[in-house]
Design a protein. Structure first.
Length: 374
C-alpha cells in the first residue's frame, strides 16, 4: 500500500519524467522568428488566412476597447483575451456550422469567429446577457460563456453524445483553461468521453496562469496533453500562438470525432498577455520580463508576417483592415449603448424550465413588492 506523505520525492518525480517522454512535442507551422514549415501548413487559400487574420485583428481591437470601457464604468468586469487570439480564432474557425461550441468567459474571439455580432458580445458584457435565443436550437450551437470553471465539459460531452445518438454528423468542442484541469468536472468529462467514445474535442488554452497560480503549481504532469492518456485517448500539444497549427489540429480532431474515432484533447500552449480580469493586477504575481518574452511570440503579429511573406499582404491592406476594425468597434459600442438593458424580472428567467415556489417568492419580493425588507 502506498501512502502519500508530502511532496514528491526525486524517485517518484522520475515517474512523471517518464510520462513526459510520451508527451508529444508542440505542433507548429509559423515559428516565432517568422519562418514557416511549409510541409505542416494546412491547405488554406489566401482569403481563408486573411479571414483568420481579420478575426484576430478585430478581436484585439475589441479587447483593447473593452478594457477602456470597463475603466470608464461602461461595462462590468471584463476578462481580456490578448495573446490568445490565434488559439480562439483558429479553433472556432475549424468548426462547421452544425458543430457545437462551448466557450468560456475569456473566449470573446470564439464568438466573433462563430459569427456573433460585436454588438451582441458587448451587450452581454453590459449585463443584458441575452444574445442567445433560447427558443432557437440553431443559435444554441454556440453556448453562453461558462463562468464556473470546467462545468461546461460534461455539458459538451453530453451534447455530443446526444447528437451521436440522433445520428447527426457533428462534433462538440469545449474550451477551457489550464486551471480547469484541476476540477472534478474536467476528469468526469474526460472519463465519460473516453468510456463512451463521444465526438468531443477538449480544447485547453494553456495560457500559463490561472489567476495568480502558475501552470507549474496547477499540475505535476509535464504537459496537459498527456492527461488524455489516462482516459484512453489521444492528447496533442499545439503552439497556441500559431493560428494555422491550431486550425489544423482542431480540424483534424473534429474530423476524427465525426468519423467515429472518439474524443481528443488539444493543449494549445499560449499566454495571457493582460490581466486575468479588469479587477486583477498581474504585476503582483508575475515578472514583466516573462510578459515581454511572450509578446515576442505575439499571435497577431505572427499571422501578419505569414500573410506578408507568403501571400504578399501589403501596407495598404493592413491600413484598411485596421481602419475597418476600429470602425466596427466604434459602431458596436454605439449600438450597444442604445440597448435598453436588463429588466429586474429577467434574472428570474431561464434558471429552471418551470420556476420553483422559492424562486417565485423571491421574484415577488424583488419585482412586485420591492418595499419588503429583505
Ligand atoms: C468552480 C469555480 N471555482 C472558482 C472560480 C473562480 N475562478 C474564476 S477564473 C479562475 C481561474 C481559471 O483559470 P484557467 O482555467 O486557467 O482559465 P483562464 O482564466 O486562465 O482563462 C478561478 C479559479 C470559478 N469561476 N468557478
Amino acid at each position: 500500500m502506498f501512502y502519500y506523505d508530502g511532496p514528491p520525492s526525486p524517485g517518484r518525480r522520475s515517474v512523471i519524467d517518464d510520462m513526459a517522454i510520451q508527451a508529444p512535442d508542440v505542433n507548429r507551422v509559423l515559428a516565432p522568428d517568422g519562418t514557416v514549415d511549409e510541409r505542416a501548413a494546412p491547405d488554406l487559400s489566401r482569403s481563408a488566412v486573411e479571414e483568420l487574420y481579420r478575426l484576430q485583428v478585430l478581436a484585439r481591437t475589441f479587447d483593447e476597447k473593452a478594457v477602456t470601457l470597463h475603466r470608464q464604468g461602461r461595462i462590468g468586469t471584463y476578462a481580456p483575451l490578448a495573446g490568445q487570439e490565434a488559439a480562439q480564432v483558429g479553433a472556432a474557425y475549424a468548426l462547421a456550422d452544425e458543430d457545437y461550441c462551448f466557450p468560456t468567459y475569456r473566449d470573446h474571439a470564439m464568438y466573433l469567429a462563430r459569427g456573433l455580432d460585436l454588438e451582441d458580445v458587448l451587450v452581454y458584457l453590459n449585463g443584458e446577457g441575452n444574445y442567445v435565443d433560447r427558443e432557437d436550437p440553431e443559435t444554441l450551437r454556440t453556448f453562453p460563456p461558462a463562468i464556473p470553471i470546467a462545468t461546461q465539459l460534461p455539458h459538451a460531452v453530453g451534447v455530443g453524445m446526444a447528437a451521436d445518438y440522433r445520428g447527426d454528423d457533428c462534433a462538440s468542442l469545449v474550451s477551457f483553461g489550464d486551471g480547469a484541469t484541476s476540477e472534478g468536472d474536467f476528469h468526469e468529462g474526460m472519463n465519460f468521453a473516453g468510456v463512451f467514445d463521444t465526438p468531443t474535442v477538449f480544447f485547453c488554452q494553456n495560457n500559463q496562469w490561472a489567476i495568480s497560480v502558475p501552470r507549474e503549481r496547477q499540475t505535476a504532469s509535464a504537459t496537459i496533453a498527456q492527461k488524455a492518456q489516462a482516459y484512453g485517448f489521444e492528447g496533442i500539444r499545439v503552439d497556441g500562438n500559431d493560428v494555422l497549427a491550431v486550425y489544423d489540429a482542431v480540424r483534424d480532431a473534429l474530423d476524427a470525432a465525426k468519423a467515429g474515432e472518439g474524443p481528443r484533447l488539444i493543449e494549445a500552449v499560449t499566454y495571457r498577455q493582460g490581466a486575468h480580469t479588469t479587477t486583477d493586477d498581474p504585476s503582483k504575481y508575475r515578472d514583466d520580463e516573462e510578459v515581454a518574452e511572450w509578446r515576442k511570440k505575439d499571435p497577431v503579429e505572427r499571422t501578419r508576417e505569414f500573410l506578408e511573406d507568403v501571400h504578399g499582404w501589403t501596407d495598404e491592406e493592413e491600413r484598411d483592415l485596421r481602419e475597418w476594425a476600429d470602425e466596427r468597434v466604434v459602431e458596436a459600442v454605439a449600438a450597444a449603448g442604445e440597448r435598453t438593458g436588463l429588466d429586474v424580472d429577467d434574472i428570474f428567467e431561464h434558471v429552471y424550465a418551470t420556476s420553483t415556489p422559492r424562486l417565485g417568492r423571491q421574484r415577488e419580493q424583488v419585482v412586485d413588492e420591492p418595499e419588503i425588507e429583505r
